[in-house]
Design a protein around this ligand. Structure first.
Ligand SMILES: Nc1ncnc2c1ncn2[C@@H]1O[C@H](COP(=O)(O)OP(=O)(O)OP(=O)(O)O)[C@@H](O)[C@H]1O
Length: 278
């Protein structure tokens, strides 16, 4: 039996618990060459909640998201300064913080812990089964039976099992866009991450597939810490617990989604969530 290290039980009770920070961001600055894209951000991302990053195009949402699992390493000239860390739990075994910016950090390990789902579904040109089995084959020692079990578990978690169970060895690229995106979520989940980063995961999908993914996000937050970048205000208000509003590379305001959408403290936030600009 393969045990996937999901971060918690499946009962959703932790969403009612007080916030416990998983990712701590403090005075964080990021550049592409000489251009400073992010300025002095400070933000806490709580465990087992959905945090939405919102703001007009070019305000730096994706830049921050990508720094969280060091995707910017592959961009020449991208560099950052400040604090960006994963907080260890003060439980047994004693938790230790992980400095995400540490140049010596094992980024392969980091990306196993912090998975990412992109805007456009990007399954590998392989079978549905092989897409989900890809990460586990790379990182885990499993028997064939264990791998079968893990593939089914991941596809069920991503709410796509019923639609693909009879065509597991068929091509992933033969699925609809919404099914492909849920497959990509299954692929991310299969290696047992703690965090799922989602960069506009529904922007290439039709309304029905969008709702299916939103339901899934809501469901998954009982086991994963989720950060979602979205341009869709309804989506942010429907499926996130926390919202952070960015403008021109600065964090303007963050807090409970309900408050950000009903009683924002900053006029810029109010204007943005009401659709006055962006
Ligand atoms: N690879 C890059 N090289 C240089 N500048 C970049 C690069 N990627 C992003 N930028 C710039 O950094 C700033 C922030 O971009 P980012 O993609 O993070 O914004 P965003 O809020 O996610 O935008 P969108 O909503 O349009 O995706 C923008 O001015 C953008 O042009």
């Amino acid at each position: 039996m393969v045990t996937v290290s999901t971060a918690n039980t499946d009962n959703g009770e932790q969403n009612a618990q007080p916030d416990r920070t998983l990712i701590q961001i403090d005075d964080f600055n990021a550049w592409y060459g000489d251009f400073q894209a992010l300025h002095g951000l400070s933000l806490q991302i709580p465990r087992y909640k959905v945090t939405a990053f919102i703001g007009p195009s070019g305000c730096g949402k994706s830049t921050l998201l990508k720094w969280i699992n060091r995707m910017n390493d592959i961009i020449p000239g991208a560099h950052a300064k400040g604090e960006l860390k994963i907080c260890g739990e003060a439980e047994t075994p004693p938790g230790r913080d992980t400095n995400i910016l540490d140049p010596a950090l094992d980024v392969v390990r980091l990306r196993r812990k912090i998975g990412i789902v992109f805007q456009k579904p990007n399954p590998f040109p392989k079978s549905i089964y092989d897409n989900v089995a890809f990460g586990p084959r790379l990182h885990m020692k499993t028997t064939k039976a264990e791998l079968d079990e893990l593939v089914e578990w991941s596809l069920r978690k991503a709410a796509v099992w019923e639609e693909v169970k009879d065509r597991l060895h068929g091509p992933a690229l033969g699925l609809s866009g919404g099914q492909q995106q849920r497959l990509c979520i299954a692929r991310a989940i299969a290696v047992g991450p703690e965090v799922l980063l989602m960069d506009e995961p529904c922007s290439a999908l039709d309304p029905a597939s969008t709702l299916a993914i939103e339901d899934l996000i809501f469901e998954l937050r009982s086991q994963y810490t989720i950060v979602i970048v979205t341009h869709n205000m309804q989506q942010a208000s429907r499926c996130s617990d926390k919202t952070a509003f960015f403008f021109e590379g600065r964090l303007i305001e963050s807090g409970d989604t309900e408050r950000i959408f009903t009683k924002p403290e900053q006029k810029q936030t109010d204007d943005y969530v009401r659709g006055k600009f962006g």
